[in-house]
Design a protein around this ligand. Structure first.
Ligand code: ACO
Length: 326
């Protein structure tokens, strides 16, 4: 099999900042509570005229430029998101249109916050199988549109953003060495938007009950995450036959500093190996791992040959990890 990896990465966050102090003006919360419980200080919210596809396009243009290929060499677009522009019509098709990439296949993939890792894995499989050469994988969310700004348990956590990767053949021995994906399907409303799908279409009643917004049992997600994050990383390491201590850096899903600290302990790794930018961007779901990696690359923190892990968890509940030699 050929070696497949990320040929170019780009990210985008909207300009508008929402600080913890902005939330103090809207709901019964405090900067101190949010910072100590989550680590988050501010997040970005999309402008009124921006939807997920718009964030995707901004990130995609940067990724294509960084990859050194021309956009016409992209064979497929996969958008990883749980906040698409529309329920029917894939966001990836809107991205295809906006990038003027006629006729190439385009579809969405939803594994909540694990979507980017799922997407990279699907793309890698297709390229290794010889189906396509270059696949544009974009993790993007406009969560500000699906959160309940009256629910202090959730609204302070999330932000908007996008990260795009051109996935294709890389130098022999480099790129994605292993991937481990999993899901523990649950039907107890641990993390979901109850109404607006086919199970419970939106009515006056669902809207009055605010069931059209994301709901979460925070502590249950927390308990799941502190196991899922290190476990998925360990499984991917084992598949790649790499030791945890050989990891140069880990890019975890940016949900909560305490979850990441717990994962570091369980993996017996120093916390400074875990890249974190949730302080500035909050939880951007499908975009978060790519946003973290994109920033680290921009800062020149990663050089060729460094061993890194991408690792995440999300609604579903899902989890996944990728080990990559940069
Ligand atoms: N400001 C002030 N007080 C608050 C706030 C707030 N924003 N939110 C909740 N509280 C209160 C609660 O009402 C509760 O008060 P009570 O004791 O009087 O009932 C108290 O704070 C403690 O609430 P807990 O839920 O026990 O707080 P906890 O320490 O568990 O922190 C948190 C909550 C931050 C949500 C945590 O559980 C967490 O991070 N969970 C994981 C969430 C996560 O990772 N979600 C992302 C999944 S990704 C995806 O797929 C979309």
């Amino acid at each position: 099999f050929k070696s497949v990896g990320i040929k170019g990465l780009g990210y985008y966050v909207p300009e508008k900042k929402m600080t913890n102090f902005d939330f103090e003006k809207i709901i019964d919360t405090s900067d101190e509570w949010i910072r100590t419980r989550t680590g988050i200080e501010e997040r970005r919210f999309a402008a009124p005229d921006q939807a997920t596809s718009d964030l995707c396009v901004e990130a995609a243009r940067k990724a294509i430029e960084a990859s050194g290929i021309v956009k016409e060499d992209i064979d497929m677009i996969l958008v990883a998101t749980c906040s698409p522009d529309y329920l029917v019509q894939a966001t990836a098709c809107l991205v295809q249109k906006k990038l003027n990439l006629k006729s190439i296949p385009a579809c969405d993939l939803n594994a909540a916050c694990s979507s980017f890792i799922y997407g990279l894995t699907v793309a890698t499989g297709m390229i290794k199988g010889g189906v396509y050469k270059n696949i544009l994988v974009i993790g993007a969310e406009t969560l500000s549109r699906i959160i309940d700004m009256q629910d202090r348990n959730t609204c302070i956590l999330f932000g908007d953003g996008a990260a795009a990767a051109v996935v294709g053949e890389v130098e022999d021995g480099y790129g994605i060495l292993s991937s481990y994906l999993g899901a523990e399907g649950e039907d107890e409303e641990v993390l979901r938007t109850p109404a607006g799908g086919t199970k419970k279409p939106n009515t006056m009643e669902t809207i009055a009950n605010r069931e059209n917004f994301l709901k979460m049992k925070g502590q249950e997600v927390f308990k799941f995450a502190v196991h899922a994050l290190p476990n998925a990383t360990s499984q991917a390491l084992e598949k790649a036959e790499i030791k945890a201590e050989d990891l140069f850096m880990v890019f975890p899903h940016q949900a909560n500093v305490r979850i990441i600290e717990s994962a570091a302990k369980r993996l017996n790794l120093p916390i400074d190996k875990f890249y974190m930018n949730l302080q500035r961007f909050g939880n951007t779901s499908s975009a978060s791992v790519g946003l973290a990696l994109g920033e680290a690359l921009e800062k020149g923190m990663i050089k060729k040959g460094d061993m890194i892990a991408l690792t995440g968890f999300g609604a579903g509940l899902t989890y996944g990890s990728i080990i990559m030699k940069w």
